[in-house]
Design a protein around this ligand. Structure first.
Ligand code: UDX
Ligand code: ADP
Length: 459
C-alpha cells in the first residue's frame, strides 16, 4: 500500500517532532498532526518559531522547512483521520490516578478514545501505528475496538515505539540507532518501513512481532532508568567512603561491556517515560504473579525517590537543620537540559520537600514558564496554591535568584549555568554561601576557591 497521507493524533513532545521529521524527509507525503488542544495547535502554527509548544534544538528549522508544504497542524481530527492511509496514535498514556492499578498501570483511556474515533470515521482501509508507549498487548485492544466498532473496513495495527530523548529529539530522529516495527501483516510493515527508508539505512530498521515491539520499548526505558539508579545508589556510597562517583563511572565505563553512556549521577531521573514505564512493567509483572520480577524493577524507582529526598535533606542538614524563612535559589526546573518539559522533574519533588520546611525558593529556568512551575507544585496538592505562590517565586535571571539567598541548588544541567559569574553570585549571597550541585555541573576547586561551601552528589 503506497502511503500518500498520514494523520497523527496527538501534537505533543512525541507526535510533533516525529511527524515534523517524517514530513521533512518525505516531501511527497502529506502529514497532518491533529490535537484536541486548540492552543497547542495554534502554537504549532505560530509564525514566530520561538512560540512552538515544544522546545527542541533544531525543531524550528525542520518545521520551517515542511510546514505548509506537506506538514499541517489542525484540530480537525475527523477529517484528517478519514483522509489518511496511515494513522499514528501519539497521545499521552499517563499513570492511572484512580481505580484498579492506580499509581502503577498506564491509563489507556486516551488510546481507546482514539481507536473508537478512528473506527467511527474510517471509510477506507488504514494502517494504525502505535507510537505512544503502552503496556504489552495494547495492540490487541486497539484491533478489537476497530474490528467491532468499525464500518467493516480493514485495519492493520503496527507497533512503532519512539526512542527519541527530549532535548536531542531532532538528531535522534534524523539519525536513529534503530527503528522498531512490530506487526503481523508483512505488507503493512513494508509500508511503514518505506517511510523510514527515506533517510534511515534498512539495516537499522528492525521488525518483530507485535508483543516484542511493545515490550521492547518498556524494557529499553527500564534498562536506561536502571543505569541511572545504579550509579545514583553508588553516589551515596561514594559520599561516605571518599570515592568520587564520576571517577568510578569513568573507570567502569571504559569496560566496553558496560559502556560509558548514561552513567552520570544526578539528583534523580525525571521525564514522562522512565517512572511511568517502570511502574507499568512492575504492574504487568505483578498481574502475571511474577512477584520477584516486579520487586526487582520497583527498586529502580525506590532508589530514584530516595535520591531526590536525600538531596533535599542534605540541603536542610547543611543549612544548620533549618531552612524556615531562608531563601534558596533553584537553577533549573526542567527534567533535563534543552527542554521545556518538566514532567516528573526532580526539581518539583526537591522543592516540595523544602517548601514543607517553609523555605523560600526563587526559581530560574531558561525555558520553563512560571505557570508551568506552579502547575507542577499545585498538582502535588501538598499545600494551598496561595501558599505555593507566597513561598516560591519565579524569576528571570540566575543572578536575581541568587541575590540574598542562603543556598543555591542546581537542579538542571543547563550549559549557561557553567558560565555564570560565580564571583558575582557569591558576593550577592548570604554567608556562608552554600551551593548544592545536583548535576555535578560545576568545578569544585573553582567554587571552593571563591569561598563557597560546595556540595556535589557523589563526592
Ligand atoms: C527517555 C529515553 O532516553 C528515550 O529513549 C525514550 O524515548 C523516552 O525516555 P527522556 O526521558 O527524554 O528519554 O530523556 P533521557 O535523556 O533518557 O533522561 C531521562 C532522565 O534521566 C533525565 O532526568 C536525565 O537528567 C536523567 N539522567 C540521564 C541522569 O540522571 N543521568 C544519566 O546519565 C542520564
Ligand atoms: P507525549 O510526550 O507522549 O507526546 P503529550 O502529553 O506531550 O505526550 O502529548 C499528547 C497529546 O495528545 C496532547 O497534546 C493531547 O491533547 C493529545 N490528545 C490526547 N487524546 C487525544 C484525542 N483523542 N484526540 C486528539 N488529541 C489527543
Amino acid at each position: 500500500m503506497e502511503i500518500k497521507k498520514i494523520a497523527c493524533i496527538g501534537a505533543g513532545y512525541v507526535g510533533g517532532p516525529t511527524m515534523s521529521v517524517i514530513a521533512q524527509k518525505n516531501p511527497h507525503i502529506q502529514v497532518t498532526v491533529v490535537d484536541l488542544n486548540e492552543s497547542r495547535i495554534e502554537a504549532w502554527n505560530s509564525s514566530d518559531l520561538e512560540e512552538l509548544p515544544v522546545y527542541e534544538p533544531g525543531l524550528d528549522a525542520v518545521v520551517a522547512e515542511a510546514r505548509g508544504r506537506n506538514l499541517f497542524f489542525t484540530t480537525e481530527v475527523e477529517k484528517a483521520i478519514e483522509e489518511a492511509d496511515m494513522v499514528f496514535i501519539s497521545v499521552n498514556t499517563p499513570t492511572k490516578t484512580y481505580g484498579k492499578g492506580k499509581g502503577q498501570a498506564a491509563d489507556l483511556k486516551f488510546i481507546e478514545l482514539c481507536a473508537r474515533q478512528i473506527a467511527d470515521v474510517a471509510t477506507s482501509s488504514k494502517i494504525i501505528v502505535e507510537k505512544s508507549t503502552i503496556p504489552v498487548r495494547t495492540a490487541a485492544t486497539i484491533k478489537s475496538i476497530l474490528d467491532h466498532t468499525g464500518k467493516g473496513v480493514q485495519f492493520h495495527v503496527l507497533s512503532n515505539p519512539e526512542f527519541l530523548a527530549e532535548g536531542t529529539a531532532i538528531p535522534d530522529l534524523q539519525n536513529p540507532d534503530r527503528i522498531l516495527i512490530g506487526g503481523e501483516d508483512e505488507a503493512a510493515i513494508q509500508s511503514l518501513k518505506s517511510i523510514y527508508e527515506a533517510w534511515v539505512p534498512s539495516e537499522r530498521i528492525i521488525s518483530t512481532n507485535l508483543w516484542s515491539s511493545e515490550l521492547s520499548k518498556l524494557v529499553a526505558n527500564a534498562f536506561l532508568a536502571q543505569r541511572v539508579s545504579s550509579i545514583n545508589s553508588i553516589s551515596e556510597l561514594c559520599e561516605v567512603t571518599g570515592a568520587n562517583v564520576d571517577e568510578v563511572a569513568h573507570a567502569i565505563g571504559q569496560d566496553t561491556r558496560i559502556g560509558s553512556k548514561f552513567l552520570k549521577a544526578s539528583v534523580g531521573f525525571g521525564g514522562s517515560c522512565f517512572q511511568k514505564d517502570l511502574l507499568n512493567l512492575v504492574y504487568i509483572a505483578r498481574s502475571y504473579n511474577l512477584i520477584e520480577v516486579a520487586n526487582y524493577w520497583e527498586q529502580v524507582i525506590l532508589i530514584n525517590d530516595h535520591q531526590k529526598t536525600r538531596f533535599a535533606e542534605k540541603i536542610i542538614r547543611s543549612m544548620y537543620n533549618t531552612v524556615n524563612g531562608k531563601k534558596i535559589a533553584f537553577l533549573g526546573w526542567a527534567f533535563k537540559k534543552n527542554t521545556n518539559d518538566t514532567r516528573e522533574s526532580a526539581a518539583i519533588y526537591v522543592a516540595d520537600h523544602l517548601l514543607d520546611e517553609q523555605a523560600n525558593i526563587a526559581v530560574y529556568d531558561p525555558k520553563v514558564q512560571e505557570n508551568q512551575i506552579f502547575k507542577d507544585l499545585d498538582y502535588l496538592a501538598s499545600r494551598s496554591s496561595e501558599e505555593n505562590r507566597s513561598l516560591l517565586k519565579v524569576v528571570n535571571y540566575s543572578y536575581e535568584a541568587a541575590k540574598d539567598a542562603h543556598g543555591l541548588a542546581i537542579l538542571t544541567e543547563w550549559d549557561e549555568f557553567k558560565d555564570l559569574d560565580w564571583k558575582r553570585i557569591k558576593d550577592s549571597m548570604k554567608k556562608p554561601a552554600f551551593v548544592f550541585d545536583g548535576r555535578k555541573l560545576l568545578d569544585r576547586r573553582k567554587l571552593e576557591g571563591l569561598g563557597f561551601v560546595y556540595y556535589a552528589i557523589g563526592e
